[in-house]
Design a protein around this ligand. Structure first.
Ligand code: PLP
Length: 375
């Protein structure tokens, strides 16, 4: 491949060009085979080019590509029903990405309590658009783009319940912070925040962009916490590899956003909806999700046996490991020397987001490759 000078340098890309994928395998333009334990950062949850997803896309692509949201489309209607009935039971707004799903949630919260504050948590990540970025309290990401959207505050997770009052429009959190290195928020804090939101009339938004769609071994991560939010946002794995997001609101919030309040030209189009429906059909299944939990335990157990691995965290197949060495250098060596795709969320933390369809043999294979790097 020629040097890709036509791109703005917003990504520190590796010198690899992938041309094909199948299951847990990726292939580059020189014919090398890779084991993918990152899935485009939690996107290809059924592995690359799952036959059911590809078939759904092919079939829909031959029928109808786009109508816009002034009309209904069949896969979009079926997906809306399925998503809503498998989560909060209210209504859905489709988007094209995780940041956009969060933008929709923030707008809903601001309209629900006009002028209210949005509270987020240190270490959280919600996206790069202005609203989502304003809820992402990281100096390096926010500072160059000031001024941000007014009325956003960030606190430590433990302080959340005491921070919520009648001026709060919403609290937005990830139940497990992904970009900061797979850090779960304490369940007690989430429960107390739920109570504080109820008492103050504020909304609780769970950003399930990374944790949702079966990644943690339940369809939505909140299911295993016994804390039900008012709004969830989804994206990443939702579209089976195509760009797709959703903001799902509970029944009592169904009518907060009225016609004309929000919109998106492409969102919820027939092809992405067909791909999402095919994905959900497979993932929303108890036996499938049980397997995700078992494989997650196996991956964490194997990881913690490796010399050089100091701590292992995670739920289901969302796994982080603190290492004694240089994690970004390990990621590079994993890719270029061992042909194992993983990433580093910080100087000492590796993250593993394999396909939910990964096999035990592939976990063994990945760990053997990793052992040559972290040991
Ligand atoms: N929210 C969470 C928890 C994420 O992990 C991400 C992306 O990494 C986003 C939101 C933003 O999603 P997108 O990149 O699709 O805008």
């Amino acid at each position: 491949m020629p040097p890709a000078d036509a791109f703005l340098p917003t990504y520190a890309r590796f010198p690899v060009t992938f041309v094909r994928g199948e299951g847990t395998r990726l292939y580059d333009d020189a014919g090398h085979e890779y084991l993918d334990f990152l899935t485009g950062i939690s996107v290809n949850s059924l592995g690359h080019c799952h036959p059911a997803v590809v078939a759904a896309i092919r079939e829909q692509a031959g029928k109808l590509l786009h109508t816009g949201n002034l009309y209904f489309n069949e896969p979009g209607v079926a997906l809306a029903d399925r998503l809503v009935s498998s989560s909060l039971g209210g209504g859905v707004f489709f988007t094209n990405s995780g940041a956009e799903a969060n933008e929709a949630a923030l707008k809903l919260a601001r309209k629900h309590r006009s002028g209210g504050d949005i509270v987020s948590v240190h270490g959280g990540f919600h996206g790069r658009t202005y609203g989502a970025l304003s809820a992402t309290p990281q100096e390096s990401k926010q500072a160059p783009f000031a001024p941000l959207v007014p009325g956003f505050r960030a606190v430590e997770a433990a302080a959340l319940p005491d921070t919520v009052d009648e001026r709060t429009a919403a609290v937005i959190v990830e139940t497990i912070q992904g970009e900061s290195g797979v850090h779960p928020l304490p369940e007690g804090v989430l429960r107390a925040t739920r109570e504080a939101c109820d008492a103050a009339g504020a909304l609780l938004i769970f950003d399930e962009v990374q944790t949702g769609m079966g990644r943690t071994g339940s369809l939505w991560s909140y299911e295993r916490l016994g804390v039900v939010p008012d709004v969830i946002t989804s994206a990443k794995a939702l579209g089976g590899g195509l760009p797709m997001g959703a903001m799902i609101a509970s029944p009592r919030l169904r009518d907060v956003l009225a016609a004309g309040d929000h919109g998106s030209t492409f969102a919820g189009g027939p092809v992405v909806a067909a791909a999402a429906l095919a994905t959900l059909e497979i993932v929303d299944d108890e036996a499938f999700l049980n397997r995700v939990r078992d494989l997650g335990e196996l991956l964490r157990a194997r990881l913690s046996e490796l010399p050089g691995v100091l701590a292992v965290r995670g739920t289901g197949l969302m796994v982080g490991a603190d290492v004694s060495g240089d994690a970004p250098a390990m990621t590079r060596s994993a890719l270029l020397d061992e042909r194992l795709v993983i990433n580093a969320t910080g100087p000492r933390t590796l993250r593993f987001l394999p396909p939910l369809t990964v096999s035990e043999a592939e976990i063994d294979d990945a760990l053997a490759r990793l052992a040559r790097i972290v040991g």
